[in-house]
Write a protein that binds this ligand. Structure first.
Ligand code: AMP
Length: 437
């Protein structure tokens, strides 16, 4: 199968060739002809499958082949995404794949000024990529007219629902014309997702490129059982001992992401946090630094990481397991993208044992638990006078790791097996072990 067999315009084939893609991915091979034929599509596809090109390419073609009234400036295709990052990426893809066509793409999302977006919409656009809240704001201000939408895409629908966007989605649907083509993409299919699909997708072509709720098979998955208080040390050890060049680390909370980032930095690992409390500029910078290799660890919350497209990401770490097992599938979908091999490592504390079991049930497979390697727990300076404790118990009670013991000064965690000690040296009491790379 080649892209040329899919009936794409020469301008699109050129753009695809420029990207260096040899052949369509399975979702593209199925979605492109269906969308070109004007059908509604309901696709179960994880991120990393090439789904974006699967809808962007045929939409560009449909719009190019049926040019709009030149005077009309209202968007003809609307793509709704759960996060700003995903919106930005989809818009970049639309511009990239559409570079040899005369079509315009605009992107709108919250967290940045609304006025430049109003100006862009006033100039007119063919494709509009949006997050729901900002789109509704703009519609409320009469800055966008959605009555000319011919194709509507709901991307990462499961995440939309997780993020509580159901009412916003319904409101957006009410602003669209009755006659239109609908495409819905979701990595997982719950009953809520099916209900939502039933509302607006008509006689769809159903496409499923990975078995329902199955994890990308290419992702090697492991877990380490480790005490909560030891996780950060084990993580620092793994990053250094295994020489991971780039790691995306998931934490449950924004605060946890910030704290872990600082802890990794203190261990000599360049890190940055990405989460909803960060400004858009800080998020964009962190992602750029990560992609450029200026930082090794990108510490992210679930929501912020959604939609990040980082090429060849080798390792994803679940620093804490997600409460919802499906989120595990999303998280590890960040690695092994587009044919790459990837590895997902979970650090599982005793209180997370049940979460791990739920994930294994969903995957219908066991995640191998590796022996904990020996790692260093550096001594820490006592909390400075007048400054609070930074939240973790250290040296003493509460260490649940196998054989963990209290005491002052640097210590090694006597893991069940020493995979690589890395030759790290212990320093005197009160000193910190250098973890420089
Ligand atoms: P997506 O699932 O849409 O987020 O795409 C995941 C990644 O796959 C992106 O980095 C795309 O650039 C890349 N990609 C999309 N289609 C192809 C293809 N046919 N061959 C190789 N890579 C692709």
């Amino acid at each position: 199968m080649s892209f040329a067999n899919l009936g794409l315009l020469p301008e699109l084939l050129r753009a695809v060739a420029d990207k260096g893609y040899d052949a369509p991915t399975p979702i593209q091979a199925q979605a492109i002809p269906a969308v070109l034929a004007g059908r509604d599509v309901l696709a179960g596809a994880q991120t990393g499958t090439g789904k974006t090109a699967g809808f962007v390419l045929p939409i560009l073609q449909r719009l190019a082949q049926a040019p709009a009234d030149a005077a009309r400036r209202a968007p003809r295709a609307l793509v709704l995404t759960p996060t700003r990052e995903l919106a930005a990426q989809v818009a970049d893809s639309a511009r990239d794949y559409g570079k040899y066509l005369r079509l315009r793409t605009a992107v709108v999302f919250g967290g940045v000024g609304i006025n430049p977006q109003i100006d862009a919409l006033r100039l007119g656009t063919d494709i509009l990529v949006a997050t729901p809240g900002r789109l509704l704001d703009l519609a409320g201000q009469q800055a966008v007219d959605l009555r000319a939408i011919e194709v509507f895409v709901l991307d990462e629908a499961d995440r939309m629902l997780d993020m509580g966007f159901i009412h916003d989605i319904r409101r957006v649907l009410r602003l669209l014309p009755e006659q239109r083509q609908n495409l819905m993409f979701s990595a997982t299919y719950s009953d809520d997702i099916r209900d939502l699909a039933a509302r607006f997708v008509h006689e769809p072509v159903a496409i499923e490129v990975a078995p329902r709720n199955a994890t990308a098979d290419r992702v090697e998955q492991h877990a380490y059982r480790v005490a909560k208080d030891h996780k950060r040390h084990l993580l620092a050890h793994l990053i250094q001992a295994q020489g991971w060049p780039q790691v995306l680390v998931f934490t449950r909370t924004k605060h946890g992401a910030n704290r872990l980032t600082q802890q990794l930095e203190r261990a000599g690992i360049q890190a940055a946090a990405i989460h909803g409390n960060k400004s858009q500029a800080a998020r964009t910078r962190a992602l750029a630094d990560f992609k450029a290799g200026r930082i090794v660890a990108l510490v992210a919350t679930e929501v912020a990481a959604r939609g990040l497209d980082i090429k060849e990401l080798p390792v994803v770490v679940n620093y804490e397991l997600p409460n919802v097992p499906e989120d595990y599938v999303h998280r590890i979908g960040r690695t092994a993208r587009a044919g790459m091999e990837g590895c997902a490592v979970s650090l599982v504390s005793p209180d997370e044992a049940l979460l791990l079991r739920d994930i294994e049930r969903l995957l219908r497979r066991a995640i191998s638990v590796l022996p904990v390697p020996q790692f260093e727990i550096p001594a820490e300076a006592p909390p400075a006078a007048g400054r609070g404790h930074d939240g973790h118990r250290h040296h003493g009670g509460g260490q649940a790791g196998p054989g963990g013991h209290g005491g002052q000064g640097g210590q090694r965690h006597p893991g069940a097996q020493q995979r690589r000690s890395g030759g790290r040296q212990r320093r005197g009491a009160g000193g910190r072990t250098s973890h420089g790379r």
